[in-house]
Design a protein around this ligand. Structure first.
Ligand code: AKB
Length: 340
């Protein structure tokens, strides 16, 4: 995918930081957008940066003018924040995506070839009705429990369908089978753990917040019960999955939506690991009923065998490597630098 201009929306967010580093290391020109200016080290990695709102036509006019041949659409309002402002979340998560699909289709038509559109979806698309059922369900497959309880989950699920619809609709209308259409691919991510950024507005945020607080010796009041279990993945694997799926040949893909996961853990297990890595950690549990209710409907594990079968997905960071190698050293370095 070298020399293909890749558009990254929501570039200033958690995934954006790591994805931009990875794309830049591969020599891929990056057209980045975000609502706010990017931190200079990230902006420097990009060929062009546009500050603007993904729902506004002006931004799309600029994107069309500059041009792009691949999309990583990361801009989104995460689950907890979305519950506080459901209409604003719908505007960004759904209307922003719809507008970007339209813009991408115009771009694909202009070039007369498909443009791949990578959409990070989420475990939030699942909605398991009870804790007993969650325990019984175990590893959830892509087609199970698609009854999300949050606006964010509903937005993600609808956008998966919208992406597929756009891909098929324009393909049917294309004058030749391979002429400009959207090659839409979605990944359902578990909770993500980054050593370099702390997320905002998500409900799986308790895990990264706990670790980053522990490394700084700050007290942390975890907003879910100790027995809360969901799947997680280290950020390098999230980026690895996106690049792998973006590069997979269309002929190999039997679906347009894939689960990916690395390991599952309870909040208590993560707290124990945080205390082991950072003995100054001070973690207590003070569940917030609204946020607890959200994670209680998310699966405790994901079945990612379709991704393994179709495009060779395999997580490279298991529990041990995620905590002892990736998180411990990088988080330690990050806060040591901040202190010294
Ligand atoms: C969130 O908590 O909203 C996200 C997600 C699981 O999609 N991290």
């Amino acid at each position: 995918m070298n020399n293909i201009v890749s558009l990254v929306t929501g570039a200033g967010g958690e995934i954006g930081h790591s994805l931009i580093e990875a794309l830049a290391e591969r020599g891929i020109p990056i057209l980045a957008t975000d609502l706010r200016p990017l931190p200079p080290p990230i902006a420097r990695r990009c060929y062009r940066v546009i500050v603007g709102d993904i729902t506004e036509p002006e931004l799309h006019g600029q994107l069309l003018q500059i041009g792009f041949r691949r999309v990583f659409h990361l801009a989104a309002v995460l689950s907890s924040q979305a519950e506080r402002e459901p209409e604003a979340a719908h505007r960004v998560n759904v209307e922003g995506t719809l507008r970007l699909l339209q813009t991408t289709h115009r771009m694909a038509k202009r070039h007369g070839e498909p443009i791949s559109f990578l959409f990070p979806s989420s475990i939030a698309v699942y909605g398991i009705p009870s804790l007993d059922e969650k325990r019984r369900a175990g590893r959830v497959r892509e087609e199970q429990y698609l009854t999300p309880m949050t606006i964010y989950g509903a937005n993600k699920l609808y956008c998966e369908l919208l992406g597929l619809y756009y891909a098929r609709f324009y393909r049917r209308l294309a004058p030749e089978p391979e002429a400009g259409w959207i090659d839409f691919r979605a990944l359902r991510f578990p909770g993500l753990l980054s050593a370099f950024t702390v997320p905002t507005g998500g409900t799986s945020d308790y895990a990264p917040e706990m670790l980053h607080a522990a490394a700084q010796g700050k007290p942390y009041h975890c907003f879910v019960r100790p027995d809360t279990r969901i799947p997680f993945m280290a950020m390098p694997d999230a980026v690895h999955a996106m690049l792998l799926l973006a590069e997979a040949p269309t002929s190999a893909l039997r679906s347009h939506v894939y689960n990916v996961t690395a390991f599952s853990a309870s909040a208590e297990e993560i707290a124990t690991e945080a205390r082991r890595l950072f003995p100054q950690a001070h973690i207590t549990f003070e569940p917030d009923p609204r946020r607890q209710a959200i994670v209680d409907t998310w699966p405790e594990a994901l079945d990612d065998s379709a991704a393994q079968r179709d495009w060779g997905w395999a997580a490279t960071h298991d529990w041990e490597r995620t905590f002892s190698e990736y998180l411990a050293s990088n988080i330690r370095r990050r806060y040591q630098r901040a202190i010294t």
